[in-house]
Design a protein around this ligand. Structure first.
Ligand SMILES: *Cc1c(COP(=O)(O)O)cnc(C)c1O
Length: 361
């Protein structure tokens, strides 16, 4: 049998085993075509069905209202850092950003290159450990941008920030996309690179309300123009067919698991196993995020010394627990436990943490 490990990589990340098996089974002959999905036209009826089913399943899972478009784009979440100000911030207008970690900080940096950008809150002075206590909001902002889950610092919003009346809410949901239900009607635009929770890298999902699409200025480069991408059904040019197909398989898997409410319950169970291992360690393990802002997707934590941290990574690997080394900016460990991580995997890590402490504490 093929050996599989417990994969805690932050992204690209683990995919559900059933999804990989289905992709394997359909690899050489997709639905009787005698070809792989990678080999068929993006304008064929077979691919049309792939992209339309993926969109329909996403709409059903997230409860996306009819007045929103779903797009499957390229360029990762990084390209959205630029496309959002290009499309949504009219010339001369300013946009507000909430900064709670590396990713929202990067979004600000990109937005500033293109025009007026205000920081409505910034938790960096406190080490990006929590959510902002208050927001300094511009009532005339073109939009308010936030990052619902900071993948590196492990800080997650469980309630959306509330923008001033009439200010559209924009969210980078790359690392907590489809991990729990949200009320899409509160958002003007949601975007997510697929490679954390929704599939392989190569495709970015953008959900945008129709009135926002009307803001698209004239004469943007076609690949940066939401209106063109939305009205062409993401088929203005050749889309990342294979990645979209894989996202479709993941969405079907999420439906089979019982949808987003059921997925959230499992995600909370997994996160609790690991947070308990931290909290019950008498200070041997120290979580980065403050308890009320703790992510259920990414759990960064430290050990008493860098030597112990190196030993932890090595020992963990021997136990088939992979991808636990933290981001250099936070140091220590990070356990990424996206939808595809099993409860069994989270339990294996929690057990390993207790064992490791017993030997080294
Ligand atoms: C991974 C990540 C990004 C960067 O995604 P790319 O697809 O590599 O551009 C941006 N924001 C968040 C929250 C992320 O987790």
């Amino acid at each position: 049998m093929t050996k599989r490990v417990f994969n805690f990589n932050p992204g690209p990340a683990a995919l559900p085993l059933e999804v990989l098996e289905q992709a394997q089974a359909e690899m050489l002959d997709f639905k009787g075509t005698g070809m792989s999905v990678m080999e068929i036209s993006h304008r064929s009826k077979e691919f049309e069905s792939v992209i339309q089913t993926a969109e329909a399943d996403l709409r059903e899972l997230m409860g996306i209202p009819a007045n929103y478009k779903v797009m499957f784009l390229q360029g990762g979440a990084h390209l959205q850092f630029s496309m959002i100000p290009m499309n949504l911030r009219a010339a001369g207008a300013s946009a507000d950003y909430i900064v709670t970690g590396t990713w929202s900080k990067t979004a600000v940096k990109e937005a500033k290159k293109l025009g007026a950008t205000r920081v409505a809150a910034n938790t960096e002075a406190d080490g990006f450990k929590g959510l902002p206590a208050s927001l300094d909001l511009d009532p005339k902002a073109a939009y308010l941008h936030f990052t619902s889950n900071e993948t590196i610092h492990g800080v997650e919003f469980f309630k959306e920030p509330v923008p001033p009346a009439g200010v559209p809410l924009v969210c980078d949901s790359s690392s907590d996309f489809i991990s729990h239900p949200i009320d899409v009607s509160k958002y003007a635009l949601i975007y997510a690179g697929a490679q954390k929770n929704a599939g392989p890298s190569g495709v970015t999902i953008v959900i945008e309300r129709d009135d926002m699409i009307e803001r698209t200025p004239e004469n943007l480069p076609v690949m940066l123009d939401y209106k063109i991408m939305a009205t062409s059904g993401s088929l203005h040019n050749t889309p990342p067919c294979w990645s979209i197909y894989m996202v479709g398989l993941v969405l079907q898997w999420v439906k089979k698991m019982g949808g987003l409410t059921a997925i959230e319950k499992t995600n909370r169970t997994k996160a609790e196993l690991i947070y308990n291992a931290i909290d019950n360690s008498g200070g041997f393990y120290r979580g980065h995020a403050l308890p009320d802002a703790r992510s259920i997707m990414n759990i960064p934590f430290r050990l008493p010394s860098e030597e112990l941290e190196d030993a932890f990574v090595k020992e963990a690997k021997k136990n088939d627990l992979i991808g636990l080394k933290g981001h250099r900016s936070v140091g220590g460990m990070r356990a990424s436990i996206y939808n595809a991580m099993t409860v069994e995997g989270a339990q294996a890590l929690a057990n390993f943490m207790a064992e490791f402490q017993k030997k080294n504490g």
